[in-house]
Design a protein around this ligand. Structure first.
Ligand code: 1Q0
Length: 214
């Protein structure tokens, strides 16, 4: 997989999340979505059993990319400008209604919740023992985060897919940053940036009472 065209590299994802946060502590949507695109590329390389997850992630990233390219694109430069614009324009459904396009806020909220899973998963990988199982780290991280928002059938399918994950060291190698030790070092570098993006988004959404959007 390493060296193949379009191969995943953790470095690119790190760079994207690193450039997300501005000096004013705003989260830029461009690099945020680039980071997600990189993660989705990685997910594709894990096989068809993960395609129900990547399909949903791609759909959500696409919704956001369309907003970022659309007529109101200057309102979708950062999460802060998006929240301000969508709330002021009444574009956010606080109760489930039919027929309206998914707002940026509810879409980002789904990605944001998944970022919490990613944070826990990468931390688990980083600090795990050499012989620890990726599937267990992944399941534990999922149960402590995203699972709460998913119905039983999705939880079940996700848990089955997690069981196919390669062992920890093989998994670290397909991240394409060198040896497992180098990947662990890179994770140590990457995580604070991902945590920062997560923390700022969480605070922003909490402040505007957007954490439970249907
Ligand atoms: C390594 C294994 C990856 C496992 C990914 C864990 C996430 C499981 C999520 C299961 C989602 C199931 C599909 C549908 C869910 C939707 O119902 C739900 C809610 O949306 P809605 O519109 O119905 O209200 N959607 C979500 O919760 C969004 C889920 C997005 C998941 C995106 C996961 C992207 C993962 C990338 C792989 C990362 C690998 C990490 C190693 C790379 C190192 C940087």
């Amino acid at each position: 997989m390493a060296g193949a065209q379009g191969a995943f590299s953790l470095r690119e994802v790190l760079a994207a999340f690193q450039t997300c946060v501005t000096e004013q502590r705003e989260v830029l949507l461009g690099p945020y979505l680039c980071g997600w695109r990189g993660l989705i590329r990685f997910l594709h390389s894990l096989g068809a059993i993960f395609s129900f997850i990547s399909k949903d992630a791609v759909a959500k990233v696409q919704i956001m990319e369309n907003y970022c390219r659309g007529e109101q694109r200057e309102k979708y430069v950062s999460l802060q400008s998006m929240v301000e614009y969508e709330l002021a324009s009444g574009l956010v459904d606080v109760q489930k209604q039919s027929g309206r396009p998914d707002s940026g806020c509810r879409t980002v909220l789904r990605l944001h919740r998944a970022l919490r899973w990613l944070q826990l998963f990468l931390e688990g990988l980083r600090t795990g023992r050499e012989d620890s199982r990726t599937s267990v780290i992944c399941t534990d991280s999922y149960n402590a985060s995203l699972a709460a928002y998913h119905p039983w059938v999705v939880r079940k399918a996700a848990t089955v897919a997690f069981c196919t994950l390669p062992p920890r060291n093989a998994f670290l190698e397909i991240m394409n940053v060198g040896t497992p030790e180098e990947a662990v070092a890179m994770l140590g570098e990457a995580l604070p940036y991902i945590c920062d993006v997560y923390g700022i988004t969480q605070e922003l959404f909490a402040q505007h009472k957007l954490l439970d959007l249907p």
